[in-house]
Design a protein around this ligand. Structure first.
Ligand SMILES: [Zn+2]
Length: 138
């Protein structure tokens, strides 16, 4: 990730921004188990409108949707994972919030939305590595 990407991650509280890897994907992965798949669908997670998914320091964003707003939102989830200590510690709390409050009102989602940067700016430059000769920043 570029300096700009790391700076954005740090600005929303990420401690180990250097560990973040952002992948642009055609489809967000669904759980293999049918029961989990149904639960995920029932909670409104990973539907057609879902653009990003964060698991620890791994951030997946659908092709064509990486912008500053999405990146800052998903990076805030990275911060939440770091605070929880692990994926295994974070996910049960997060899923319980979705079940109890629904996606829009889950405290961890509200927190992520409060840390979103203004939308509009494309986010590809966030991914350029510092050593990338095509980087556009001076
Ligand atoms: Zn979110």
């Amino acid at each position: 990730m570029s300096e700009a990407g790391r700076a954005l991650a740090c600005s929303v509280g990420v401690v180990h921004a250097e560990r973040i890897r952002v992948w642009r994907v055609d489809e967000l992965p669904l759980p293999q188990a049918p029961a989990l798949r149904e639960a995920v669908a029932a909670m409104g997670l990973l539907g057609a409108s879902t653009l990003g998914l964060t698991l620890g320091h791994a951030v997946l964003v659908r092709h064509g949707h990486l912008d500053i707003r999405i990146a800052s939102h998903e990076f805030r989830h990275v911060h939440q994972y770091e605070k929880a200590g692990s994926i295994a510690c974070f996910l049960p709390v997060y899923v319980q919030q979705l079940v109890t409050h629904g996606y829009a009102n889950a405290p961890l989602e509200i927190d992520a939305r409060l840390h979103e940067a203004a939308s509009g700016e494309r986010g590809e430059h966030l991914l350029l590595r510092a050593s990338d000769p095509s980087r556009s920043d001076p």
